[in-house]
Design a protein around this ligand. Structure first.
Ligand code: FAD
Ligand code: DLZ
Ligand code: SF4
Length: 516
């Protein structure tokens, strides 16, 4: 019988399970639908990326001999919902079933599962493009009292053999993070990203994105994401040649002027399927063996992909759907309105958000220690913050965005993603970045008109969440400092923080500032 093979926008890989052993009469479908661009107001680069990459992949499938149905945004009969559109096409072609690999988000997975017995039944397949499946993760997790990335990662190193000498890790250690904490320096020469040529198909996709979603964040004038496998490979080789050697050392640095530093910017290409995580790790390991790239760089890079990326995916699929509702610290604040337009006088936040608006990208430390840390200290609700991260980054898909935001940043999952919250004062940002010398605030002051808001918010956060956090062994030292603080000083800090929070404008969503 004839199947419809549905390929979702982040499944653009020939190795996709759905495409294996396809019968000759199979119809492959890719569907552009407005609903997927609007369920959160995605950045215009992200929408452009999906449209352009989907159109190129459809063309590549046709060239390989697949029969492809492509639903375009402008089709008159487009249902504009993935599920309905797939069912409409299946009916149109007389297909007996719809096959699809596990999508990147629970909301789609759940609806698809509910339709396994529909008139045209859905058949859900595992997405095998990762190192581990959710089943592998749940086997690893079962019986463990605590889940920790480090142990999961070591097991993956042994399983794959990356950077191993027999049973031992190359260099004698599993983790070289100690060497990976250098702050920004004046004379660093960051590599420029390759500029990708825009062919007619890409230009048309970008024009369509602009015509339909021109009111979303960002401008397509500087769009430069890879939309084909060939472009993604150019980016990969460029990173291996020019970024990898310094990736480790400056992994945690923040720059006021450079958005990418020595980061790879490969997440979007990997997440939509243009690159496999295997080939990215293999290219990095190969470069280590072929040249003098230091072990702390290669190990740090491979850990992000083989460790963190797989770990968050495992957590997501084994903890959903309850994970999304978690709010361990009971946060209630809406997102600060300036997250949508960068209109703030706090230089670090202004810079991270402006780079996000410009490029649909911010590197990990900006996401974690600047926008994330600030939202944590203010007590922003997981829902509001997660919707923002999901909307604004080209690499955002819920399986990877949610554990990072809800778990790692907001500590809302009770410690599955991290044993303590990554809260920090202005001192940390001052140490790692060159922002503070350009800011109207001083990271050295805690109270007063020039005091960096992160400082009073930091102590205020510790104070208001003491019940949940003070017993955490890793927080003992800092609660010791708080408890030793003179009452007067403590009261002044409390007032400074509360005054700041009272005047903070929040917004329930893009384009809807709500003056509170
Ligand atoms: P590099 O620094 O070059 O790292 C190499 C690769 O490692 C990345 O491409 C990515 O695939 C992987 N990686 C690194 N850190 C993580 C991590 N914590 N979790 C999973 N994979 C990781 N990453 C996404 O891909 N999509 C998201 O939606 C996303 N949302 C995030 C939200 C928050 C609040 C935080 C703190 C992190 C988030 N991350 C997300 C993780 C990380 O910030 C990005 O993967 C990284 O910044 C992408 O840039 P890069 O390719 O230059 O990464
Ligand atoms: C993010 C996105 C956008 C903007 N557009 C589409 C689309 O038109 N069609 C599609 O199949 N997927 C799109 N996506 C990605 C989806 O929101 C969703 O994350 C994945 O399809 C899940 O695998
Ligand atoms: Fe950010 Fe505070 Fe430094 Fe200003 S002084 S850049 S607000 S950390």
């Amino acid at each position: 019988s004839k199947p419809l093979l549905l390929v979702l926008g982040d499944q653009l890989s020939f190795s996709l399970t759905t495409l294996q052993d396809a019968p000759a009469n199979a119809v492959v479908a890719l569907c552009e639908v407005a609903e997927e661009a609007r369920y959160v107001p995605h950045h215009i680069h992200k929408i452009g990326l999906f449209l352009a990459a989907m159109r190129h992949f459809a063309q590549a499938l046709r060239e390989k001999g697949f029969q492809v149905h492509y639903s375009a945004l402008d089709d008159a009969d487009n249902c504009h919902s993935l599920i309905e559109e797939a069912e409409r096409i299946a009916q149109q072609y007389g297909c007996a079933e719809i096959r699809v690999a596990r999508p990147g988000e629970w909301r789609l997975w759940e609806t698809m599962q509910q339709r396994e017995n529909a008139t045209i039944p859905w058949r859900l397949l595992e997405d095998e493009r990762f190192f581990t499946t959710p089943d592998d993760f749940s086997q690893w997790a079962s019986g463990r009292k605590q889940l920790r990335l480090e142990y999961f990662y070591r097991e993956q190193r042994k399983r794959t053999g990356y950077l191993m000498e027999g049973d031992e890790p190359i260099g004698g250690k599993w983790n070289f993070d100690h060497d990976n904490r250098q702050p920004i320096k004046a004379a660093l020469d960051f590599p420029e990203l390759p500029q990708h040529r825009q062919d007619a198909l890409t230009q048309e996709a970008l024009n369509d994105a602009k015509r339909h979603f021109g009111d979303h964040m960002g401008s397509l004038d500087n769009f430069n994401l890879p939309v084909t496998r060939r472009q993604a490979l150019v980016d990969l080789h460029h990173f291996i040649d020019h970024g990898l050697a310094d990736f480790g050392r400056y992994q945690d640095a923040i720059s006021d002027s450079a958005p990418y530093l020595y980061h790879s910017r490969l997440s979007a290409a990997m997440n939509i399927g243009l690159l496999s995580p295997h080939e990215v790790c293999e290219a990095a390991e190969q470069r280590y063996h072929d040249s003098d790239v230091p072990i702390n760089a290669v190990e740090g890079f491979i850990r992000q992909i083989l460790g963190w990326r797989e770990y968050v995916r495992g957590l997501y699929w084994t903890q959903m759907p309850s994970y999304k509702g978690a709010n361990q610290l009971g946060f209630e604040r809406d997102l600060p309105a300036f997250y949508w337009d960068a209109d703030t006088d706090m230089r670090c936040l202004q810079s991270a958000i402006q780079m996000t608006i410009d490029n649909s990208y911010a590197h990990h430390i900006q996401r974690l220690m600047v926008t994330g840390n600030f939202a944590l200290l203010c007590g922003v609700t997981p829902e509001a913050l997660c919707d923002w991260y999901l909307a604004v980054y080209a690499d955002a898909s819920e399986w990877v965005e949610l554990p990072n935001t809800l778990g790692m940043v907001l500590h809302a999952d009770g410690g599955l993603m991290g044993s303590k919250p990554y809260c920090a004062s202005g001192k940390y940002i001052d140490k790692m970045s060159d922002h503070c010398q350009l800011c109207r605030y001083s990271p050295k002051q805690v109270t007063g008109a020039k005091a960096c808001p992160f400082n009073s918010l930091y102590w205020h956060f510790l104070e208001t969440n003491a019940e949940r956090l003070s017993k955490n062994p890793r927080m003992k030292l800092i609660y010791g400092s708080l408890n030793r603080m003179a009452d007067e000083k403590r009261e002044a800090i409390r007032q400074q923080a509360e005054h700041f929070l009272d005047q903070l404008e929040t917004s329930p969503g893009y384009g809807q500032p709500c003056h509170t």
